[in-house]
Design a protein around this ligand. Sequence first.
Ligand SMILES: NC(=O)c1ccc[n+]([C@@H]2O[C@H](COP(=O)([O-])OP(=O)(O)OC[C@H]3O[C@@H](n4cnc5c(N)ncnc54)[C@H](O)[C@@H]3O)[C@@H](O)[C@H]2O)c1
Length: 401
Amino acid sequence: MKVVIIGQGYVGLTISAFACEYFEVMGFDNNSKIVEQLNKGISHIEGVEGATLQKWIKAGRYRATTRGSEIADADLVVIAVPTPLTGERKPDLSFIEAACKTIGENIKKAVLIINESTSFPGTLRNYIKPAIEKYSTSTIEHLYAISPERVDPGRGDFNQKNTPRLFAGLTSEASKRTREFYSKFCDQLVEVSSPEVAEAAKLFENTFRQVNIALVNEFAQIAHSLGINVYETLAAADTKPYGFMKFTPSAGVGGHCIPVDPTYLASIAEAHGAPATFIRRANEVNLEMSDYIVRRVVADHGGNLQGKSVLVVGVAYKPNVADVRETAAESVINHLRSQGAVVSWHDDVVRDWKGESSSPLQGADIAVVVTKHDSVDERKILASAPYVFDTTGKVKGAKGL
Ligand SMILES: NC(=O)c1ccc[n+]([C@@H]2O[C@H](COP(=O)([O-])OP(=O)(O)OC[C@H]3O[C@@H](n4cnc5c(N)ncnc54)[C@H](O)[C@@H]3O)[C@@H](O)[C@H]2O)c1
């Protein structure tokens, strides 16, 4: 069976690596640089080793392509393309649309098409199926299913194999075939009654995180204003064995999921006349954290950062990954610069970002820790500046939330 996976990023490449164990996999990506590297066995995604790719390439089980004609003989197609927000922070389905065009124009026989990209309820039924049919040159009755990806890149304990996988087909045959596919490399499959339930569950999971992170970020501000240590308070609350789940404060939420997915849910809710007040406010609280942090640093420096050299430590959106999408570091840096600070950043995992390179971890007037990778020595952070403000709670001895 030939499996085509459209999009060879965090989700698509990781799934490709798992699927190669059982199927012939063709990774389709429209980024020729990524495809070129992948075909040399060079991985750009944490958790997928180059050696694994090389093994599958050698065995004739994996190849990447930018050419639509090469996916024509697929038996099963997985869509794993970005679903970001537009400039107006509205759902942007243009990548899904492009993937549908690739499928419609190139696949000439009936196949199973599974969407793993995150989107609002109704995307599979009302958007993907009609779009593929629109672009198909002949009438083909494909099978359609959704199985939203839940992977947390960089995480050691849970991966695609041992994270329960939700799925639902538009027809019972689509559900059956989807179960057969994933059961090869996923331990637990959870079938739900409709694609809309699976799509909504994925959005709700990430909205739950967004809202709870906003709550703890607001609480960090309350605790500071009351002169209470937020971390000690959270640890105390966490001794309750039921009804409480601990979240920790931060400079905000980042990545492709938590800052984005709740907006997909809010948008579809509002389009149906249902208010999403709580979700919208949570997003705002998290976005405002970077401003709060810089105000705290400014207050500790007599209300002025003019000419001060500030080193932002860690610009990835979370520890131990090179992913900078929607990173809170960006708005922390912008706020610091608007206060007249001379800002550089240190991140040995990211290295290059926005035309700038990682600076040495030393010699600043002020250091603001946004993300702490395991590889960064806590003592070196403390020695990098006479004043260190830590937003992660991981640098003992620094000032912080
Ligand atoms: N990254 C995560 O942790 C994560 C977790 C769960 C779900 N998701 C969801 O999975 C989807 C993919 O996210 P990702 O993190 O893998 O994105 P990504 O940016 O890492 O990868 C997407 C890949 O798709 C390629 N691409 C874009 N348009 C294309 C097209 N028309 N045809 C072929 N390739 C195309 C890009 O070049 C890129 O390599 C999104 O909907 C995201 O919300 C992501």
